[in-house]
Design a protein around this ligand. Structure first.
Ligand code: NCD
Length: 373
């Protein structure tokens, strides 16, 4: 792995190596205080962040390296209209690794095409968030002794929650996991994520009730309804507050269940749960720093690798991705990479955001669901 764009970039062997490095760092942090001395991290945050940004910066500093970047793009040349490609190229001239968060789906993959140093996706719109998943996997592995062989409930906004998408993709590689996907009907898990679960032969149930599901669970992963991703504020107002885990509700859960949350939480976990030994979301935050330390040490050692300028977008059949939040819509010079579903010939997906673009017509031209240039 050179870039971490999707959690699927981490092979099973890669995960084992990262996790064991992370455990060594937890046990003997003093051994690593100079491990990244002289290395520099660029943190480009086009979207608000507390944990992810702070944890990357503190991770780099604890390894003896340093970090620069922005959390407010309007203070940079982005406000003058600089493209994502150029901003990433500039940051890469000064740094040894780049961390990128963007509201655009597929932004990290697009940026990596222009980036000579390792690039880490710190969240691309409602699509993926692989380093949160490394955090979640570390928490589960440390507190349960392993990841496979469990029943997990994932609750809240499964449609727009990028941490959920990455987590399911990661867990689908482990044996014997049962999933309860708990959400309102409007916020169900995207089809391309469910198809991974089907392909893995996993047991999963899409349900809307949390209380009845609770007694089954080894892990409950709560999430916030993602207000910023809703096109219609009235729909957000209707769905917010659908799930509230409070002390009385927790009474139905097993004594050793883990309550996790990527944070920030709103009202989906009441503060009276914080003191319960099953509530591990603040421990989860700390594991996030250690696994990011392991990731940074691994990737900053890879050095610089020239990237040829990607070929221009070109008419490419005259179509663009139908997803208005796809990076290719905001940054039109990006080559339009697409992939065909090997198990459903004719179904074509945007390589950046995983939206279905079209079905290929018999004569090889694309039509349905796409927008003409
Ligand atoms: C998550 C995110 O940004 O997607 N936060 C985080 O990185 N820990 C979850 C969220 O914002 O709800």
């Amino acid at each position: 792995m050179r870039n971490l764009i999707s959690i699927e970039d981490v092979s099973p062997g890669g995960w084992d190596a990262l996790y064991s490095l992370c455990c060594e760092m937890i046990d003997r942090p003093g051994d690593y205080i100079d491990a990244c001395r002289g290395k520099v991290l660029a943190t480009l945050f086009y979207e608000p962040s507390t944990r992810t940004n702070f944890s990357f910066q503190s991770a780099m500093q604890r390894l003896g390296g340093s970090a620069f970047g922005f959390a407010e793009p309007n203070a940079t040349s982005v406000s003058k209209g600089e493209t994502l490609a150029d901003t990433v190229r500039i940051a890469a001239s000064y740094a040894d690794a780049v961390v990128l968060r963007s509201p655009l789906e597929g932004a990290a993959l697009a940026a990596s095409l222009y980036c000579e140093i390792p690039l880490i996706n710190a969240g691309d719109g409602g699509h993926h968030h692989p380093t949160q998943t490394l955090t979640d996997m570390t928490t589960i592995a440390r507190l349960r002794g392993g990841i496979g062989g469990m029943t997990i409930g994932i609750c809240g906004d499964l449609r727009y929650g990028r941490t959920v998408h990455s987590l399911i993709l990661a867990l689908s590689k482990f044996a014997d996991i049962t999933y309860y996907l708990i959400s309102p009907r409007e916020l169900r898990t995207p089809g391309y994520i469910l198809s991974r679960l089907r392909a893995a032969g996993a047991r999963f149930f899409e349900v809307s009730e949390l209380t009845r599901t609770l007694p089954e669970l080894d892990v409950l992963y709560m999430t916030r309804i993602q207000r910023e991703r809703f096109g219609d504020p009235a729909e957000y107002d209707r769905l917010r507050g659908t799930y509230v885990l409070d002390r009385p509700a927790l009474g139905a859960a097993r004594g050793d269940m883990l309550v996790m949350h990527p944070l920030p939480r709103l009202d989906e976990i009441a503060p009276d749960v914080d003191g319960d030994p099953r509530a591990v979301y603040f421990e989860q935050v700390r594991y996030g720093m250690y696994i990011r330390m392991a990731l940074l040490l691994t990737l900053t050692g890879l050095g610089r690798k020239p990237v040829p300028p990607p070929t221009a977008a070109g008419p490419d059949g005259g179509h663009v991705c139908p997803n208005p939040d796809c990076v290719t819509r905001a940054e039109p010079y990006i080559p339009r990479l697409r992939r065909e579903d090997a198990r459903a010939p004719g179904r074509v997906y945007c390589e950046y955001c995983d939206s279905e673009i079209t079905r290929t017509a018999p004569h090889g031209c694309c039509h349905t669901g796409s927008t003409e240039l």
